[in-house]
Design a protein around this ligand. Structure first.
Ligand SMILES: Cc1ncc(COP(=O)(O)O)c(C=O)c1O
Length: 493
């Protein structure tokens, strides 16, 4: 750093005085300049943070300063201590888990939301926030091809959206759990059904809601990793005969391991026959419905009681922003609305109070960033970008399929490729170890970040495309890196 003699912060004139506006303006300009440079050059940084556990904490003081510090000093430590310990989800070579983007318009929305600092627990504490959320989610509903009647609320994550959905299913079952709780009373065992490929957030919801991990029954999947609806129906019938109460079926559109898409129309038939709540986990895959020719991924979802989609996954909205749509918002409200005297307002029932739609009271202004993203890119621009990600994934899978030693382990309906390097004559255990080595070696380069899963017991490598900065050149470079790494001399083990 050059000559930056920090100016100590002025002594506040009153104990509560904030940073003076002119100082805020100066630092905010510097921060925005840093952000613009960061977004322009993030691809030059190592994508996976090259730090050891404890390294960042070791560079931070063990207690807060007694006296305030200069912003220049704080920002210097941000650059020198924090940024090197960041794994860059905004990097074009981030291919792990589900790749995401904190896009320009989304970041602007996040900045404005921070400045406004509204908390729309009630309509009157955030009229614009409440109404923008409802209007923007209705745009999104239309863009995804969901019918009228689906009402959306923004939650922080899909895990919480699903928790709210299953709590609503429990309320809909009329078991009096809201009033009586679940313990010390005569209550049948409750059951949630999901495919064996389902995300762990469903089990976590079961843990939180008193259903237990044993309360989620995993239904076998077919060769393409999709839930078998006949097996689902048999499981529901078997459970009913055993006195178990079938509560909710979770169908997934875009599973985490392989991006498989459960047959929602057939699952909806089973749910209708048995009077069971249908929740669709489209946290990742639901975004594909913004592309007109991919809208079929949500076939059957119009019959769901609830559906979660995460704009913070594949709609370029900064973390966090998850949308829970429901055809039965009044049931969610019944499950969660609780209005103590200090939250009673003159508007009463004539307005939406967002606190009624989940366990949290406070609610930050997440709709702003979603609104800005949808307006900036437009429906056509969103579709074009998601379509390109699918094309890139299919292009990569095509390259792999032309090489005999590379196996694509699952169909590629969206923007995720699951694969492994399987040299002829190598047994399964050694193939797993070989792919673990490829995974570690690729990630250690800092030039690409991929993740892994188990596919029918075999180790699979996952390369997901979802960052707006990722181009075909980045995907090709990652493919070359994989090939180079796979060709390195193998350990003898
Ligand atoms: C299919 C699916 N559902 C749910 C989740 C959980 O998402 P969140 O981190 O928003 O809770 C994920 C995360 O990757 C996912 O892939």
């Amino acid at each position: 750093m050059t000559d930056t003699t920090p100016t100590p912060p002025p002594i506040p004139t009153t104990p509560s005085a904030d940073m003076p506006p002119e100082e805020f303006r100066r630092h905010a300009h510097a921060v925005v300049d840093w952000m613009a440079d960061y977004l322009a050059n993030v691809g030059e940084l190592p994508v996976l943070a090259q730090v050891r556990p404890g390294e960042v904490a070791g560079r931070l003081p063990s207690a807060a300063p007694e006296q305030g510090e200069a912003v220049e000093d704080i920002l210097r430590d941000f650059r020198d201590v924090i940024v090197p310990g960041v794994t860059h989800w905004n990097h074009p070579d981030f291919f792990a888990y589900f790749a995401i983007t904190g896009s320009g318009p989304g970041i602007l929305g996040e900045m404005l939301a921070a400045a406004l600092n509204t908390n729309a627990m009630l309509w009157r504490t955030g009229p614009a926030q409440t109404e923008l959320e409802e209007r923007t989610l209705d745009w999104l509903r239309q863009m995804m091809g969901l019918p009228q009647g689906f009402h959306g609320t923004i939650q922080d994550t899909a895990s919480i959206s699903t928790l709210v959905a299953i709590a609503a299913a429990r309320e809909a079952a009329g078991l009096g759990v809201r009033e009586e709780g679940m313990s010390g009373r005569d209550l049948p065992r409750l059951r949630v059904y999901a495919s064996e490929e389902v995300h762990s957030s469903i089990d976590k919801a079961g843990i939180t809601l008193g259903i237990g991990t044993a309360g989620t029954r995993k239904i076998p999947a077919d060769d393409a990793f999709r839930m078998d609806p006949a097996a689902l129906e048999r499981a529901i019938e078997e459970d009913r005969a055993a006195g178990i109460h079938p509560l909710c079926v979770v169908a997934t559109v875009g599973t985490t391991s392989t991006s498989s898409i459960d047959p929602v129309p057939a699952i909806a038939d089973v749910c209708a026959r048995h009077g069971v709540w249908l929740h669709v986990d489209a946290a990742y895959g639901g975004s594909a419905a913004l592309v007109p020719e991919l809208r079929h991924v949500l076939d059957g979802a119009e019959r769901a009681d609830s559906l979660v989609v995460n704009p913070h996954k594949w709609m370029f909205v900064p973390v966090d922003c998850s949308v829970l749509f429901s055809r039965r918002p009044e049931v969610i409200r019944r499950a969660f609305s609780l209005v103590p005297e200090y939250l009673v307002t003159p508007e009463g029932e004539s307005v939406t109070n967002l606190m009624d739609y989940g366990p949290a009271l406070g609610k930050r202004f997440r709709a702003l960033k979603l609104w800005m993203v949808l307006r900036y890119f437009g429906a056509g621009g969103m579709a074009a970008r998601i379509r390109e990600h699918v094309r890139l994934a299919q292009t990569l899978a095509g390259w792999m399929e032309t090489e005999p030693e590379w196996e694509v382990l699952a169909p590629v309906p969206l923007s995720l490729v699951v694969f492994r390097h399987a040299p002829a004559g190598m047994d399964e255990a050694r193939t797993d170890a070989h792919n673990e080595r490829i995974l570690a070696a690729v990630n250690a380069t800092g030039r690409a970040f991929i993740s892994h899963t188990r596919v029918r017991g075999r180790l699979g490598l996952r390369l997901a495309i979802g960052n707006l900065r990722t181009t075909e050149a980045h995907v090709r470079a990652a493919w070359e890196l994989l090939r180079e790494t796979a060709a390195l001399p193998r350990a003898s083990a």
